[in-house]
Structures are given as structure tokens and as C-alpha cells.
Design a protein around this ligand. Structure first.
Ligand code: ADP
Ligand code: MG
Length: 576
């Protein structure tokens, strides 16, 4: 215990539940809590701040939870989200489940009401069996009933969040725990500093040989980088593997920037071609889920013969989840990629020139087309012209972190805005979830200190919009760009009954989103042209002030569901 801790403890020789929780987190290098104070954890937030932790208070727990998850992804330390009982806990659950789905390490710590009353269902203040409800939505869930077990509870939570496939963990702390006291020296001894929570996991040598054999015979090899590869922070090894083999690669959206998107071997601008034509695919921390059409069907050129897969993943049960994986490589990405590099020796033959050349031709054609579209300057702006302006600014500020959500705003930004460095892009992730925007932006600014540019659809922004107050309160270098097209997908839908209500996808026209930031002392600007957008964004970056740019986009410009229109059930399709 530090001298300060002792000074804050209720009696010099005693410690209590509050202090043990704080000391256990600090002992494990956790210095920030994202949360929302209230019964029974209000004092925990005060005391944590008193003991030197950064406590970032949000306006809604979901955003605090998303911030914790993003912090976990960026730092490889579990992000902490702290909430009150029942309703606050439930508000945090979406983020907990989302973190687990995305393989981001986070710990949701919620206060809860008294076990004796909850278990007899006697109707306590905010009564709920939170542990039971959290369990199916996370990797692990724990409850601590005695102060002397806090050290173990926190250690179990940290190790569960970080080891193997990272994910969300729930830690239930009933109100009574916080005021329990115990001798300070015993309390100190009860704490655990977790040793090596995410140990290296070396792949078995025969699995490396099998993978190399398969790769060696490939005529049209492809490397697919997922956000697991970004999380792993094995950036140099991944780059070395790509460059040594000369194999074209595709980054999933949050793996963008692992190598700069402008890299000669990036096949992003020829995505459909390489997915359909490749014969051997090496997956690095990417799952063959819906985002990759489950590894089969037309996207993967099923008519051109079966693909053969090598998959690097830390989770053995991920293998064969959709299609047969011929060469699984189980271990952490750094160790697996290094093992492949070592096994290749000095005389490894680079990917066939005809395959690489064919991709380059297609890429060049598509990039020329894209450049022409970006050069147009329609009035009002469309997604392309607005993103063309942002693209140049991100290029000039490669350390800035881009947060991105929406439908069209997401799909277009993903392909138009190039990323240059690893872990600079945070987006809707595995679920394609809306509402991550301000939570991820706050976390990115808090844990990295870098400028954040949040590229937000107007609908997507609405989910977490109130957190602009949080951004202003902590004076964070976040510039939110709202792509305002008056609605979901487009702003032009009509009520099919002809009634007076507007269509379900339509918002108030010409909404003044910039005034939301002004309301809390930040900068709010309207941008009608790419030039105005560039000016405002550059000013935001130069000043580091909380800024919201209301970018006025042609309300007819979007498409229904962006690029996942195919997931919409069509009228009549379900009828017999
Ligand atoms: P994307 O959506 O970008 O394709 P996914 O989230 O689907 O990425 O896949 C990430 C994969 O990375 C998961 O299967 C996860 O188990 C794996 N993973 C996460 N961290 C590591 C790591 N350090 N080493 C190896 N695999 C990892
Ligand atoms: Mg919109």
C-alpha cells in the first residue's frame, strides 16, 4: 500500500473493499476506469481518482463499456468499465458482449445488491441476478463476496480477459463488499500481481511444416490479415512475412494500416478478384465469418475449385468453423508468423509473377476509376467527395486514429480512407454494430493522446451523441464529422400510407448537429463543400479542440443498407 492509500483508508491499520479493488487494479498496471457513478460504486470512482487513477465518467454505460473495449484492443490490457447495479449493468452488457464478439479484452465491473435479498427475490433496490445474466455474454464471470478475495477476483478477471482469445469478463461486486474491512497488511498480501497473463503460445513444429508445404505449392497465394493480427502487436513480423513471400494481402477493416494501405502488395483495390481466384489462403487473425462470406460461395470462386486454407489463430476451436482448414497453426500470431519465417530459410521463392502482375493491373484500373470519382465536386457533397477530403487529411496525419461507423459512411470510408499505421482504425467490428462511435473515440484519445477523427453517419452518431459532453468535459482532441444526409441510408423515404408521420428511416431535415458540440463549449462547424470540410478538420487538428463538423451530404446519395443490401429480407421472400 502506498502512503497515499493509507491516508485515504478509514483507519491507518485497516483497509476496506473500496481500497482493495483500487489497489488490485493498480498493482496490475491498470490506471484508467471508464464508467458512470451511482449506487453502490460512487465512492469507488471518487476514491480511485483520489488514488491517482484516471476515471472517465460517461453519460451512458454502453459508451463507457465500448471505451473500455477499445482501450483493451489498443493496449493489450483489459479496459475497465464500472457501472451501478441492474439498469446500469444492463446498459453495459451490450458493450461486454460486443467486446467478447470482437475478441477485445475488457472487464465489466458492476456493483450489485445484496445476495441474501436477490437470492430470495425479496425486491431489493435494483435487484437482479447479474452474474447469471452476464455469463452467456462473456468469456468468464466472477463474484466476490469477501474483501479478502478481491485480489483473487481481480486476478481471475484479468487473466480470463487476456489469455488465449481475448474477450469480455464480468466481475460482480455486491454493495456490502466495499465497506468490509480487514487489516491493511493482510489486505496487501491478499492481492495478486498477474504474471504473464497472455503467455506466448508456440505452434507445434509439425504444424509449421504442414503450413509451409501448402504455401510452397501455391500458384495464387493470398494473405488475409484480421483485427487479431492488429491486436497481437506483431507488426514487424507480419510485415516481414508479407514482404519476404511477396504474397498479395488483404486487410480486414481494422487490420488496415498494419502495412500502409498504399503498399504495393495490398490487394484491397482488387478484392473480389483475389478472393475468387486465390488457390491457397493464409488467414492471420481473421475469422471466416459473414464478413468473409463464410469462406465459400461465389465470393470465393466456388466454381473454380476448392480453396485451400492455412489459418493462424490462438483459439483452436475457431478452426473448421465454416470450411475445412487444411493447415491450422495454433498459437499467438507473433510466434506463428516468426515460425513460418524461420522455416522459410533464405531461398524461399516469391509468389508467382503472373499472379502478382494480374492483380496489379486490376488494382491500377480500379484506383484510376476511384481517383476520377474522388475528383468530382458535386453540390451538395456526396460520400465520395467528402471522404476524398478526409482521405488527404488522414494521409497528412498518419498518427490520427480514425473511428468509423454508419452504413454508407462506413462502407465508403473503409475503401476510400487509406490507413498508414497499425491500430489506427476502430470501427463497427464483427457485428457491424452501431453506437460504438463516441465510446471508441474517447478511449482512443485517452489511452493514446493522439488526435481522433470520428467519421460518423448521422444515424450512427445518434446512438452515442450525448457523449459530446464527455468529450468537452475532458477536453479531448476529437473531431467528429457527421455525414448528414437527413436519415438512415438516405433522407428521402416516404410514408407508404401517405400519413403525416415521416418514414421510419427519415430524420429532421437539415439538423444542426454542430450545435450539440457548441452547447458544451466545443467548436461546431457546418461544411457544405470538401474545401470547407478540409479547412474545419485541419483547424480541429491544429487546435486539438473538441470539434463537430456537420458535413452536409446529398440526401439522395446513399444506398439501402450500404454494401450489405443482400442481408435485407426482400418483400415477399418469406411468404409461402
Ligand atoms: P476480422 O474481423 O478483422 O477478420 P476477427 O475478429 O474475425 O478479425 O478474427 C480475429 C481472430 O484473431 C480471432 O479468431 C482470434 O481468436 C484471433 N486472435 C486474437 N488475438 C490473437 C493473438 N494474439 N494471436 C493469435 N490469434 C489471435
Ligand atoms: Mg445518414
Amino acid at each position: 500500500m502506498t502512503t497515499e492509500t493509507q491516508a485515504l483508508a478509514p483507519a491507518a491499520e485497516l483497509t476496506d473493499g473500496f481500497h482493495l479493488v483500487i489497489d488490485a487494479l493498480k498493482l496490475n498496471g491498470i490506471d484508467t476506469i471508464f464508467g458512470l457513478p451511482g449506487i453502490p460504486i460512487t465512492d469507488l470512482t471518487r476514491k480511485a481518482q483520489g488514488e491517482g487513477m484516471r476515471v472517465i465518467s460517461f453519460r451512458h454505460e454502453q459508451h463507457a463499456g465500448n471505451a473500455a473495449a477499445a482501450a483493451g484492443f489498443l493496449t493489450q490490457k483489459p479496459g475497465i468499465c464500472l457501472t451501478v447495479s441492474a439498469p446500469g449493468f444492463l446498459n453495459g452488457l451490450t458493450a461486454l458482449a460486443n467486446a467478447t464478439t470482437n475478441c477485445f479484452p475488457m472487464i465489466l465491473i458492476s456493483g450489485s445488491s445484496e445476495r441474501e435479498i436477490v437470492d430470495l427475490q425479496q425486491g431489493d433496490y435494483e435487484e437482479m441476478d447479474q452474474l447469471a445474466i452476464a455469463k452467456p455474454l462473456c468469456k468468464a464471470a466472477f463474484r466476490v463476496l469477501h474483501a479478502e478475495d478481491i485480489g483473487v477476483g481481480v486476478a481471475r478477471a484479468i487473466r480470463s480477459a487476456l489469455s488465449g482469445r481475448p474477450g469480455g469478463v464480468y466481475l460482480d461486486l455486491p454493495a456490502k463488499l466495499f465497506s468490509q474491512t480487514m487489516p491493511a497488511d493482510k489486505g496487501l498480501k491478499s492481492l495478486i500481481k498477474v504474471v504473464d497473463p497472455a503467455p506466448r503460445q508456440l505452434p507445434a513444429p509439425d504444424t509449421v511444416a504442414r503450413a509451409l508445404d501448402l504455401l510452397k505449392g501455391a500458384k495464387r497465394p493470398l494473405i488475409l490479415l484480421g483485427k487479431g493480427a492488429a491486436y497481437a502487436q506483431a507488426d514487424d513480423a507480419v510485415k516481414a512475412l508479407v514482404e519476404k513471400t511477396g504474397i498479395p494481402y488483404l486487410p480486414m477493416s481494422m487490420a488496415k494500416g498494419l502495412l500502409p494501405d498504399t503498399h504495393a502488395q495490398s490487394a484491397s483495390a482488387a478484392r473480389s478478384y483475389v478472393l475468387a481466384e486465390a488457390d491457397v489462403v493464409l488467414l492471420v487473425g481473421a475469422r471466416l465469418n459473414w464478413l468473409l462470406s463464410h469462406g465459400k460461395g461465389k465470393t470465393w470462386g466456388q466454381d473454380k475449385g476448392a480453396k485451400r486454407f492455412i489459418q493462424i489463430d490462438i483459439a483452436p476451436t475457431e478452426i473448421d468453423s465454416n470450411v475445412a482448414i487444411e493447415a491450422p497453426l495454433i498459437g499467438d500470431i507473433g510466434s506463428c508468423v516468426q515460425a513460418l519465417l524461420d522455416g522459410m530459410g533464405d531461398d524461399w521463392v516469391k509468389a508467382p509473377a503472373d499472379w502478382v502482375g494480374g492483380i496489379t493491373d486490376r488494382k491500377d484500373k480500379n484506383l484510376t476509376k476511384m481517383a476520377a470519382t474522388l475528383a468530382l465536386n458535386p453540390s451538395p457533397m456526396n460520400f465520395h467527395s467528402a471522404l476524398g477530403a478526409i482521405r488527404e487529411i488522414v494521409k497528412a496525419n498518419p498518427d490520427a486514429i480514425v473511428v468509423n461507423e454508419g452504413a454508407n459512411t462506413l462502407d465508403f470510408a473503409r475503401s476510400i480512407v487509406d490507413m498508414y499505421k497499425p491500430r489506427k482504425r476502430l470501427d463497427v467490428g464483427t457485428w457491424g454494430i452501431m453506437g460504438i462511435g463516441m465510446g471508441y473515440a474517447v478511449a482512443a484519445a485517452v489511452v493514446t493522446g493522439e488526435q481522433v477523427i470520428a467519421i460518423e453517419g448521422d444515424s450512427a452518431f445518434g446512438f452515442s451523441g450525448m457523449e459530446v459532453e464527455t468529450i468537452c468535459r475532458y477536453n479531448l482532441p476529437i473531431c467528429v464529422v457527421v455525414f448528414n444526409n437527413n436519415g438512415i441510408y438516405r433522407g428521402i423515404d416516404v410514408n407508404q400510407s401517405g400519413g403525416t408521420d415521416v418514414a421510419p428511416t427519415v430524420f429532421v431535415k437539415n439538423a444542426r448537429y454542430e450545435m450539440m458540440m457548441q452547447a458544451f463549449g466545443g467548436v461546431g462547424v457546418v461544411a457544405n463543400t470538401p474545401a470547407e470540410l478540409s479547412l474545419a478538420l485541419n483547424e480541429a487538428i491544429a487546435s486539438g479542440k473538441p470539434t463537430l463538423i456537420n458535413a452536409i451530404i446529398d440526401e439522395t446519395a446513399g444506398t439501402e443498407s450500404g454494401r450489405i443490401t443482400s442481408l435485407n429480407p426482400t418483400a415477399g421472400a418469406s411468404k409461402k
